[in-house]
Design a protein around this ligand. Structure first.
Ligand code: ATP
Ligand code: MG
Ligand code: MG
Ligand code: MG
Length: 570
């Protein structure tokens, strides 16, 4: 690729909402551009990386025996009504209507569609087991889209679904996918951990998440220092013997900013107790409407709507900090002192919460506008999720070996044993050996293809920009001819290297931009783009039949004999 004919959309400044390093670097390196909240265009450099990830995922899924399919992203609403998930999805799911006013949704996931395929195409146990996968666009109307493509609304997922007659067969494929995921993340050069995950929401038996370790992660992982135990903290909590659980610590800190004053005024105005308070909020729902996760969403703001546990509870009790109490009051419009049991249907509360939240940042926080202007996290420093948990660092590991450490992770993959839930709901049955009809049992396996690009940057960068793991780099080699406009020999050498390396199958970026682009800018762009191998061709080096080489991860430059350059790169 010639830089003069290529969109090098590098920029220096990034908008204030780009708070994590991968988001900033993806913008600065000209990989992505925001179209609207949670919607991103992949520019040429970004797309090159995305395609690399896709290719590795595809190669390993094929190698594991899965079959690629491609399903529509627009799905008939009836299918979701049939599975019983239409209402459960809530505002997470984008709804559409066609010209005949038929209802459709933009798929947040594809269990329904694939189970529809399975019920039509699979009739006998002899066709099992099978595993179908696709790499495709999903839309989830995330409560808080943020961090660029890390938590987008439209994103690329690899999703796979396997069908089986028996639980043993499902377990075998689950193990196969687990190993396949390890191969994928190894090839991508990520520092990751498979961890036990909560499978409650889907009603399945077993579940693991693949977490990339990074401080910007939104998940908390509990690791034992004395065994292989590693679990999403929610799961660690579930398996922790009751006697060993610590009381969650809760504390509200007012941030010392001008905005915080309005919070202080708010506290005064509504007579909220300033000291640490833990109350219990009891939310009673109308029959079948309560979902504990929704309440967690309200009081913590860090929970995503789609993580809601599908437990149907008549009553939910949540511990309440002052911050969460203020939030709840704001949401339900309760005045001081009136916060007893709240009898509002949960969907109403959620609706109010969502509209309240969407008002955030809209120039609020003026006097008397506090209710609609509180920015949790900006004005009020909320306790870390880990602090709210009953499992804490230093606790004994639930398996009795060692003590727990807590780290943050980015969920890049998730494998799940779903069981017969969808097959039963949609009537996906096959004939078994005895000629009897049986609902199939299913597994599902997701990978956040676009999220991986951001996660990799979180782990691989320095002050100058991205440092791509070799397998993901948009180009492997960058060539910078210095002052080529003055030296035909420099340009000729650069061109020769460019075509030799290209012929050998390298993806090479030749920075042939004219003298309006200074050498300094060219070097900075190469570093920012994270190209692993950089060659600089200059008159000075050529005088000694040399070329300057720099490995992106290395501190120092090297002088290589020109004649050996191609061989040395290989
Ligand atoms: P999260 O906990 O981050 O919301 P999830 O558990 O809802 O993710 P899954 O339903 O397990 O996600 O989907 C499979 C994978 O898709 C996830 O492991 C993640 O890598 C990716 N993914 C999910 N939501 C998003 C999103 N909003 N933007 C980018 N990738 C996503
Ligand atoms: Mg989610
Ligand atoms: Mg998750
Ligand atoms: Mg998940």
């Amino acid at each position: 690729m010639r830089a003069s004919r290529y969109l090098i959309a590098t920029v220096k400044e990034t908008p204030a909402d780009a708070v994590i390093v991968s988001h900033r670097l993806m913008l600065r390196a000209g990989m992505i551009r925001k179209l609207a909240s949670g919607l991103y265009t992949w520019l040429p450099t970004g797309l090159r990386v995305l395609r690399k990830v896709e290719r590795i995922v595809r190669e390993e899924m094929d190698r594991a025996g899965a079959q690629e399919v491609f399903m529509p992203c627009v799905q008939p609403a009836e299918l979701w009504q049939e599975s019983g998930r239409y209402d459960d999805m809530g505002p997470l799911m984008l709804h559409l209507q066609d010209r005949h006013e038929r209802d459709f949704v933009f798929g947040p996931t594809h269990e329904e569609v694939i189970t529809d395929i399975a019920r039509n195409e699979l009739t006998s146990y002899k066709q099992l087991p099978v595993n179908f996968y696709q790499i495709q666009t999903k839309f989830r109307d995330e409560f808080r889209p943020r961090f660029g493509v890390m938590r987008a609304r439209e994103f690329i997922m690899k999703d796979a679904y396997s069908f089986h007659l028996t639980a043993d067969s499902l377990q075998e494929e689950y193990d196969n996918m687990y190993r396949t995921y390890c191969r994928i993340f190894d090839r991508l050069g990520l520092d990751y951990r498979p961890v036990l995950a909560d499978s409650g929401a889907m009603g399945g038996a077993a579940s693991h998440e693949f977490q990339v370790l990074a401080d910007s992660g939104e998940d908390y992982i509990a690791f034992s220092d004395g065994s292989d135990f590693a679990a999403n903290i929610e799961m660690a909590e579930a398996v922790m013997p009751a006697g060993e659980r610590a009381a969650p610590s809760e504390e509200l800190r007012l941030v010392d900013t001008p905005e915080a004053k309005t919070i202080a005024q708010l506290v005064e105005q509504f007579d909220l107790p300033i000291e640490k308070t833990i109350k219990t909020l009891v939310v009673e729902a109308e029959e079948g409407q309560t979902e504990s996760g929704l309440v967690a969403l309200l009081v913590r703001g860090d929970h995503e709507l789609n993580e809601v546990k599908a437990e149907k509870l008549p009553q939910v009790k949540v511990p309440l900090t002052m911050a969460s109490e203020a939030r709840i009051r704001a949401v339900i419009g309760a005045g001081p002192g009136s916060l007893g049991p709240v009898k509002l249907p949960i969907p109403v509360i959620i609706d109010r919460a969502v509209s309240l939240m969407s008002d955030f940042g809209a120039g609020a926080n003026e006097d008397d506008k506090h209710w609609f202007g509180i920015n949790w996290g900006r004005d009020v420093e909320l306790p870390e999720v880990a602090d709210l948990r009953s499992v804490q660092a230093g606790d004994p590991s639930p398996d009795g070996q060692g003590t727990l450490q807590i780290k943050k992770g980015i969920e890049v993959g998730h494998v799940f044993q779903l069981g017969r839930k969808y097959a039963e709901a949609l009537g996906a049955r096959v004939l078994d050996e005895n000629g009897r009809e049986q609902a199939m049992t299913m597994g599902c396996y997701g990978i956040g293809v676009s999220r991986i690009v951001a996660a990799a940057i979180e782990q691989n960068h320095d002050d100058n920009g991205i440092i791509w793991p070799e397998a993901m780099a948009p180009f492997q080699v960058g060539i910078v001819p210095l002052n080529a406009h003055k030296s035909p020999e420099v340009m000729a050498t650069a061109e020769r290297l460019y075509s030799e390396l290209t012929d050998l199958g390298y993806e090479v970026l030749l920075d042939d931009r004219d003298k309006k682009t200074s050498p300094g800018v060219k070097f900075a762009d190469m570093e920012l783009l994270g190209i692993p191998h950089r060659l600089v061709v200059s008159d000075r080096s050529l005088q000694n039949d040399q070329i300057e080489y720099k490995y992106r991860r290395a501190a120092d430059r090297e002088e290589w004999p020109l004649a050996d350059t191609v061989a040395r790169l290989g």
